[in-house]
Write a protein that binds this ligand. Structure first.
Ligand code: WQD
Length: 338
């Protein structure tokens, strides 16, 4: 069975490609490489022993995307293609709405024309906003998003609900990620943000490898045991395996199904820093700074639904996430730009 990954050359897509290939699927990747490198295709092949078919296209371009479907019998799609930097989205919201919605609408048009009816969507825990009680459950209110990136995720979830309602053959799985970190244990693929990292783990690994001279810890006065924010960090390989379970479920079922992908456990910023220090055997210099606008004290996932229905459960712990992140970064100090 052939699965298309839009934006599949990225951090989550590349790890999902490996797990899909390991599970016996054929993989097609369509990516414009705006936030990734073609070298990752070679690395996926090196790990999985099979090469994904790669198309360097803009997923929003209907003619180019239709060609992918004409040349491959695509039976399911995992849709990652989209911009994902929260701070950038607050500065250039139109760019985020244009890109994230256009890629999605073009994909849905082409899927309808080619009679492809199974889609897994890469959504985010930020659609829960900041007013829900924790742990977040899939039935909870969504909205109150605080940036254009999160708003596009919520809008796309709504678009998918309407499109699925209109097409009884459609099967849609919405996956709400918590905080994906880590890297494949081989150290051949991992997180390679362009420019200065916004997210915690790549900033820590770049500090450990000497690219950054210290980690800024944003806020120590939150309502948490050590004063720093708590998040539900989940290993990228566990997250990727969750997509394999989801696409299988999508192909075998109909309608919309929403799942949190997390561990169900919270870790503070300092928990991550201290665990990383143990994993890499070196101190991470930190500077304590003011809160970062938009951050909330604490959130983590209820994972019962994914456990029960997808038979999926995260297996790696925080130490594994830190050790594998460090293994990737120390072997690839410049990411894929070696
Ligand atoms: C985690 C904690 C920071 C960097 C974001 C997106 C979310 C998802 C995951 C895409 C916070 C603190 C961070 C640093 C720090 N992305 N921090 N120093 O904000 O929970 O979620 O990434 O789907 O949609 O919102 O993750 O890693 O940016 O921050 O102290 O240099 O680490 O303040 O408390 P976040 P993060």
């Amino acid at each position: 069975m052939k699965i298309l990954l839009t934006g599949g050359a990225g951090f989550i897509g590349s790890h999902t490609a490996v797990e899909l290939l390991n599970a016996g699927y054929d993989v097609v990747i369509a990516d414009n490489l705006s936030n990734s490198r073609e070298k990752v295709i070679d690395r996926i092949e090196k790990i999985a022993g099979k090469r994904p078919k790669f198309y360097k296209i803009d997923v929003a371009n209907k003619e180019e995307l239709s060609k992918v479907f004409d040349e491959n019998k695509i039976e399911g799609v995992i849709h990652y293609a989209g911009f994902k930097c929260v701070p950038e989205s607050t500065k250039v919201p139109i760019k985020y709405y244009r890109n994230n919605l256009d890629t999605t609408l073009t994909l849905l048009e082409v899927m309808e024309e080619k009679n492809c009816n199974a889609i897994v969507f890469s959504s985010s825990a930020t659609v829960y906003g900041d007013k829900n009680k924790i742990p977040y459950e899939e039935t909870m209110h969504t909205g109150d998003t605080t940036n254009a990136y999160s708003s596009t995720k919520l809008m796309i979830e709504n678009i998918l609900q309407d499109v699925t309602r209109a097409n009884p053959n459609m099967s849609t799985i919405i996956l709400r990620y918590f905080n994906p970190i880590g890297a494949h244990p081989s150290g051949l693929i991992g997180e390679a943000p362009q420019g200065i990292p916004n997210n915690l783990m790549p900033y820590i690994t770049q500090t450990a490898v000497g690219i950054r001279d210290h980690l800024s810890v944003f806020g120590t006065d939150y309502n948490t045991p050590d004063g720093t924010c708590i998040r539900d960090y989940v290993h990228i390989v566990d997250l990727a395996k969750g997509h394999v379970s989801a696409i299988k479920y999508a192909v075998d079922n109909k309608g919309v199904n929403i799942f949190n992908l997390g561990t169900g456990k919270g870790s503070s910023v300092l928990d991550v820093v201290h665990t990383f220090e143990k994993a890499c055997g070196k101190e991470i210099p930190v500077v304590y700074e003011d809160r970062r606008p938009g951050d909330i004290d604490c959130f983590y996932a209820s994972v019962e639904k994914a456990n029960k229905i997808l038979n999926w459960k995260a297996e790696y712990n925080l130490y594994d996430m830190c050790a594998h992140s460090w293994n990737w970064q120390k072997n690839n100090p410049k990411g894929y730009d070696e």
